[in-house]
Design a protein around this ligand. Structure first.
Ligand SMILES: [Zn+2]
Ligand SMILES: [Zn+2]
Length: 167
């Protein structure tokens, strides 16, 4: 059976401890990197954030205790209720604010970009379309605006989206 330790992550998305139960000495109330508060559970449904993964291990005859598989990556959304974690919400806000700041876009283009934000932050069937939309926007908003938008996207987009955009 697969089991998970709790992960301690700051609200800006920095991983502090992927084994909050197994190694509580590493836990801290605030993030050493950015000073933000840390959490170990979803604020919506209270389910723990998945940390280090463990599998039961048998030596062929009997159970020899859980085998640590390690930590995958900071999740964007709660596995139990689907709500985005605070760091994902901050990324969505940052991208939304950036879209408002850019020159050279029509209201319709701005709206379409905003609708595509969730598909930039998570890999979905619409991610490729979203990547194409943002790629077009980068060429429309001038050099300075395009660079700012690329910087934010580099920070918030999934690896697959970045690849589709050539970032
Ligand atoms: Zn932090
Ligand atoms: Zn949840």
């Amino acid at each position: 059976m697969t089991q998970y330790d709790k992960a301690l992550i700051c609200v800006n998305g920095h991983l502090i401890n992927s084994g909050a139960d197994a190694d509580p000495d590493k836990n801290s109330a605030f993030c050493p990197q950015c000073g933000a508060a840390t959490i170990t559970a979803c604020s919506n449904c209270n389910q723990p954030i998945r940390g280090d993964q463990y599998d039961d291990q048998f030596d062929g005859v009997e159970f020899v205790g859980p085998h640590k598989l390690g930590f995958r990556s900071v999740p964007g959304h709660c596995h139990a209720c689907g709500k985005s974690y605070p760091w994902t919400q901050s990324k969505a806000e940052a991208l939304g604010e950036m879209i408002e700041e850019l020159d050279g876009l029509s209201d319709d283009e701005r709206e379409k970009l905003k609708v595509s934000i969730p598909d930039i932050l998570a890999d979905t069937p619409k991610s490729e379309t979203a990547a194409l939309r943002f790629k077009k926007a980068i060429t429309k908003v001038g050099q300075a605006g395009g660079k700012m938008l690329m910087d934010v996207l580099t920070n918030v987009a999934t690896e697959a989206v970045k690849k589709a955009m050539g970032l």
